[in-house]
Design a protein around this ligand. Structure first.
Ligand code: EPZ
Length: 420
């Protein structure tokens, strides 16, 4: 398995282009099934979870082509209405194929996504919403089997704002008969991007970006050409790299309106963040100040940025407190950061972090996507080398992160092989 070797860097400077959003791409590619025709997507990031999604789509019978950041999907001949365990276990977001298959074919068979490193991550809200739309759902032998005569509009109130749950139910409701009212929806930009794309296909969705979304079912949706929004979590991760090293960087394409909570916290820590016409400028001259953060649903502080801010807090000038409210096991990066000399005490869902002068380079193990990014960030400011093992986790959700970091002056390279 590959690893990353990271050496400390004094300051990072320069500019880099932010890739398309992973978490917008996955549901949008699934939604292309609804057209039964050829859709074209641009600014599609080149990363493992996108490859897995394209494999799923071709396994169910779609014609898939990718060249660079452009993807075309012709779903006319989709005929195998199943997402098997061996695929869903590698990417739980495969469950997002359920809504579109049900909407178009009135049936779907999808492996129950098991737990994952960061938590149980149930899909009960997806199932509840589809049942409200008239799907009859049988869960047995590790599979969700869904059938419907024809989906009918309904009123659905989610127990909590769920990104995937909102996306799955919206993709089912757009072709249902009648009007659906969805309450307590997720507000994430990726959810809004999906709804905007569906409306561009001829769906009748209103209220996107608010907690109440109204969908008037239509008979069919047309194919389209669509550009994916930039990845706010990749942008946030690179902002943390600049904040950590005291550099001055420009992140082309990064959108301030998608990152308000992250920008506020960086500014509180003494980091300069400037909105430019072509992206975000991030710089730091003063010592990092400690911070208090509690993750929450958008527009709250994103859970996907929690691990990265643990690193900022680990070298800040005082005592910080970070509480993870979304997932029950999202502190696996902490044990690895402690091996690098970080002073972190976990108490339930809260990490109490006392800043140290310097982290020490070490061999560390990536456990999940954002944890692997945080270990690389730590390596940028640690004394000596840091080897980050099992970086296949990183490649699931970042497009060539080491190339982007090198462009900004980091000393980082990928090493093949090794049994670790
Ligand atoms: C999406 O996951 C993202 N993944 C995650 O990003 C992100 O961390 C998460 O939203 C929260 O923002 C994609 O978009 C592909 P949820 P999702 O449903 O949809 C509970 C990354 O690093 N819940 O919003 O699975 C759930 O347990 C990944 O890019 C239920 O209880 O998240 C969690 O506590 C990691 N029942 C909370 O809701 C359900 O049916 C939010 O989960 C669904 C969710």
């Amino acid at each position: 398995m590959e690893k990353m070797i990271v050496k400390p860097v004094s300051e990072m400077c320069g500019s880099v282009k932010i890739s398309g959003s992973k978490n917008a791409t996955l549901p949008i590619l699934m939604a292309s099934i609804l057209s039964g025709d050829k859709c074209t997507f641009t600014n599609v990031p080149d990363l493992w979870d996108v490859s897995t999604t394209l494999k799923l789509l071709s396994d169910i019978g779609a014609q898939v082509e990718r060249s660079g950041h452009k993807v075309t999907i012709d779903s006319e001949e989709v005929n195998h209405l199943e997402a098997p365990y061996e695929l869903v276990k590698t990417m739980r977001a495969s469950v997002l194929v359920m809504g579109p298959l049900l909407a178009r074919f009135n049936q779907a068979k999808v492996s129950l996504p098991g737990g994952c490193a960061i938590g149980a991550r149930p899909v009960d809200q997806h199932i509840k919403g589809l049942q409200k739309l008239g799907a009859v759902i049988d869960i047995s032998h590790g599979y969700i089997k869904a059938r419907a005569k024809r989906l009918r509009g309904a009123r659905i109130v989610f127990d909590m704002p769920t990104v995937g749950g909102t996306e799955n139910v919206v993709m089912a409701a757009v072709l249902a008969e009648g009007v659906s009212v969805l309450e307590n929806c997720a507000l994430e930009p990726e959810v809004v991007d999906l709804m905007d794309m569906l409306n561009a296909m001829g769906a009748k969705i209103s209220g996107q970006g608010t907690s109440t979304v109204v969908i008037e079912g239509v008979d069919s949706l047309k194919p389209l050409k669509y550009e994916i929004i930039p990845d706010r979590i990749e942008a946030g991760t690179l902002m943390c790299a600049a904040a950590l090293t005291g550099g001055d960087v420009l992140l082309e394409g990064a959108r301030a309106d998608h990152l308000s909570a992250v920008i506020d916290k960086l500014r509180e820590m003494g980091v300069t963040v400037e909105e430019k016409e072509n992206g975000l400028r991030v710089a730091r001259k003063e010592r990092l100040q400690p911070i208090k953060i509690s993750t929450g649903p958008y527009p709250g502080f994103p859970t996907d940025m929690q691990a990265q801010f643990c690193v900022l807090a680990a070298v800040a000038d005082g005592q910080s407190k970070i509480t993870e409210t979304i997932f029950e096991n999202r502190y696996m990066h902490v044990a690895e950061l402690q091996r690098m000399g970080a002073d972190i005490v976990i108490d339930g869902r809260t990490a109490h972090i006392k800043g140290v002068k310097k982290l020490q380079g070490a061999q560390v193990m990536a456990t999940d996507l954002r944890a692997s990014a945080s270990l690389i960030l730590a390596g940028l400011v640690a004394e000596g080398y840091t080897d980050v093992l099992r970086i296949y986790h990183l490649d699931r959700g970042y497009e060539k992160l080491e190339k982007k970091l090198r462009k900004l002056g980091a000393n980082i390279r990928r090493m093949p092989g090794g049994k670790h």
